[in-house]
Design a protein around this ligand. Structure first.
Ligand SMILES: [Zn+2]
Length: 316
């Protein structure tokens, strides 16, 4: 039942319970402490903290009434284009107890963020050239119509060679700080980015170069910042434009965009994961961008959502 997800990576240490820390006191002194029976998933490993004697289980689905198949099915259907209400209807026909659409939305947010804890740390083998672009979003502040809307932005950084979305963020203003945070992740995850292309937004000025730093040895900044100006007929890669059109289409039905900034952030994080790890691309000969850009990560099962959730739980 509880099969260990296979994970061979040069970038990450082999998963080992000795790398775990206690959820109660953060101590690293952890020992195995028998197995525990669960209703849906057979026996799962239990651990014990030698400092505070707390026992705990690293099962992301622990105490959830619905099983992992159903939950990951919801994520998959959602990012392939169904609304949470459509998923609710679908489940009604196939599962004994129905899940409400608000529960489904909660699963999607929870597990998108959970997987991101793991995927955000993976090293990515990119080409030397990435493009940064922004999409504008109108987020309704709540379900009530009177609450008004907020103009927000989705910013993504895409490696042109592998099509991997190296970093993204759903942000309020496109401020220098917000942009820096997104670019810092690119710096952490990649080694050979040499050129960063952005549009003419002034917030990018200096921030791009400063984030990647200055090389005293070479006497210049480590990154070349290129700016494209649409009015001059310049543009981004055509497939990036196409990707953004797809994102626009897909996010029209995101009900989580009626609510907090955090909720929208989590849904867009899931979209990043779907795009990088789940969706197969014709241009990549039926592979996902992660298959191409993260050679150490070999996802083996057909249910990649579940495999990623398991990996994210084991890599704490
Ligand atoms: Zn402890």
């Amino acid at each position: 039942m509880h099969d260990q997800a296979q994970f061979n990576s040069k970038n990450l240490k082999k998963t080992n319970y000795k790398n775990l820390s206690c959820p109660n006191c953060k101590s690293k002194e952890i020992i195995k402490w028998g197995k525990r029976k669960t209703e849906n998933r057979g026996r799962v490993q239990r651990y014990r903290c030698k400092s505070c004697y707390e026992t705990f289980i690293l099962d992301p689905f622990y105490r959830m009434r619905d099983n992992p198949q159903k939950i990951t099915c919801a994520l998959d259907l959602f990012y392939r284009g169904l609304s949470t209400r459509e998923i609710q209807e679908h489940f009604k026909a196939f599962f004994p107890h129905n899940a409400d659409h608000s529960t489904i939305l909660r699963w999607i947010r929870k597990f998108s963020l959970k997987i991101a804890e793991f995927t955000d740390k993976l090293k990515v083998k990119t080409g030397s050239y990435v493009e940064v672009d922004e999409l504008e979003f109108q987020r309704r502040k709540s379900y009530k119509k009177k609450a008004g809307t907020d103009k927000n932005w989705f910013i993504d950084v895409i490696d042109v060679k592998t099509r991997f979305m190296v970093s993204s963020g759903y942000v309020k203003h496109r401020s220098k700080d917000e942009i820096k945070k997104i670019l810092l992740k690119v710096k952490e995850k990649t080694d050979n980015v040499k050129i960063v292309t952005t549009d003419g937004l002034t917030a990018y000025e200096n921030v791009v170069k400063k984030t990647f730093g200055y090389s005293n040895k070479e006497g210049k900044y480590k990154i070349e910042h290129r700016v494209v100006t649409a009015s001059k007929g310049e543009g981004f890669n055509i497939w990036i434009e196409r990707l953004h059109n797809t994102i626009r289409q897909r996010t029209k039905g995101f009900r989580g965009f009626h609510g907090s900034l955090e909720s929208a952030f989590a849904l867009m994080k899931g979209l990043e994961i779907y795009y990088n790890f789940i969706k197969k691309h014709e241009a990549l000969k039926g592979k996902t961008p992660s298959d191409v850009a993260i050679s150490g990560l070999q996802l083996k099962s057909n249910n990649r959502w579940l495999e990623l959730i398991k990996l994210s739980t084991q890599s704490i």
